[in-house]
Write a protein that binds this ligand. Structure first.
Ligand SMILES: *Cc1c(COP(=O)(O)O)cnc(C)c1O
Length: 391
């Protein structure tokens, strides 16, 4: 059976194992060598050539999970993003990017692209027309991220892929928030799929890594730049990432289930004024999400009643941690206006609909009753303090 025909958890558990020919151990042996005897002049194994035994094996797992021919593993999500973008853009080219983007990607484009003479435009919205409107004669790449951070907006994968094909552009997606468990953009015609493996692929908040999945031809092109830029991942971490990905399917599905419960609980709560989660019927893009996602993911955000101080709410949480990172097995919350989107400034936040009371919730695998109890006691605490102050 070819790997792409196997089910998710079978791929997670088995695809891309390094066979232990010597001792027949159950798991992949770890090859830390930076030096390998020449087999022939073409195959020089070296960590920065992205071709050690553990790297090659893990690339196969990534490709199988994303239904693509090939994959590549990087030292961070941003190494994957930057290398992939620069592999397809040169001076004089133009790229269209969706307006709601991961901060690091936004900074890369905003702070670095002028230097390389690469032109860029951000869309005004996420509708197909918004992308079409920004395409110019020198546009080469269209770049999306769905669901978006932190408002979980959905971009239409098939529509963007078809716009890209019509205009002969390469379509790229940052698929980190969905993970390969919940969304496989290649099935909708998106050319290149990028992940921060620091998030759901790693899943335990102890790995920084990135991944790219695409055709052999595209991966070859990305590899040619990657070996020059040098953003490879240490084999020790490659090995740990493979171990982590064995449980990605069951972790993420548990997170989907918990997130749905949290979204419904918050949606029905009198002190919560808005909940953003594609799994809710009230989400404006619920039907679109349903048509292109296998699950609605473990990320959501919500707005506390404006009278409440969001930072008191967060400080009152006992089980859920206040943390910048996301997608670990442990639940975390943060206030985008005070952390991830602080540097954006109040006007731009306002324009993007990111209110001061907005809380981003990365739902873990804890028991849902315990998570709800923690949120409830924190709401009660902030509520009692608000009343005291009002008096
Ligand atoms: C974290 C993240 C990245 C960057 O990944 P690093 O591993 O931190 O370099 C890119 N895109 C999204 C959506 C992310 O959440």
């Amino acid at each position: 059976m070819s790997d792409s025909k196997k089910g998710l958890n079978t791929i997670c558990t088995h695809t891309g194992e390094v066979q232990d020919e010597q001792f027949k151990g159950a798991i992949s042996p770890l090859y830390m060598s930076t030096s390998y005897a020449f087999e022939n002049v073409d195959v020089k194994r070296y960590p920065r050539y992205f071709n050690t035994p553990n790297q090659e094996a893990l690339c196969k797992k990534v490709a199988a999970l994303e239904h693509t021919e090939a994959g590549l593993i990087f030292g961070s999500g941003m190494a994957a993003v930057s290398t992939t973008l620069l592999a397809f853009l040169r001076a004089g080219d133009h790229i269209v990017l969706q307006n709601a983007l991961y901060g690091g990607t936004f900074n890369l484009v905003n702070e670095e692209f002028d230097k390389y003479g690469i032109e860029y435009s951000f869309t005004d919205g996420l509708n197909p027309e918004d992308f079409k409107a920004k395409i110019k004669s020198n546009t080469k790449v269209i770049y999306i991220e769905t669901p978006s951070n932190p408002l979980l907006k959905i971009t239409d994968l098939a529509a963007v892929a078809s716009i890209a094909k019509q205009h002969n552009l390469v379509s790229m997606i940052d698929n980190t928030f969905a993970s390969p468990v919940n969304q496989n953009p290649a099935d909708f015609g998106i050319d290149i799929i990028i992940h921060s493996a620091t998030k759901y692929m790693g899943g335990h908040s102890d790995i920084c890594a990135g991944a790219v999945a695409s055709t052999e031809e595209n991966i070859e092109r990305i590899f040619h730049l990657a070996k020059n830029l040098g953003g490879s991942l240490s084999d020790q971490t490659v090995w740990l990432l493979e171990r982590s990905m064995k449980t990605m399917g069951i972790r993420v599905r548990a997170q989907n289930e918990n997130a749905q419960k949290m979204a419904e609980y918050l949606h029905n709560h009198d002190d919560i004024t808005a909940v953003y989660y594609p799994g809710l019927l009230s989400h404006p893009d619920h039907e679109l999400a349903k048509s292109q996602m296998n699950g609605f993911g473990g990320m959501l955000s919500f707005e506390l009643n404006e009278a409440f101080d969001a930072s008191i709410f967060q400080k009152s949480l006992e089980l859920i941690k206040a943390s910048m990172s996301l997608a670990g097995v442990e639940s975390t919350m943060l206030s985008p206006s005070q952390t991830s989107h602080f540097l954006m400034g109040p006007e731009e936040r306002e324009r993007q609909g990111i209110k001061d009371g907005l809380i981003r919730f990365s739902v873990g695998i804890e028991e849902s009753e315990d998570l709800i109890a923690d949120i409830e006691q924190a709401i009660q605490k902030v509520k009692s303090q608000t009343i005291v102050e009002a008096n």
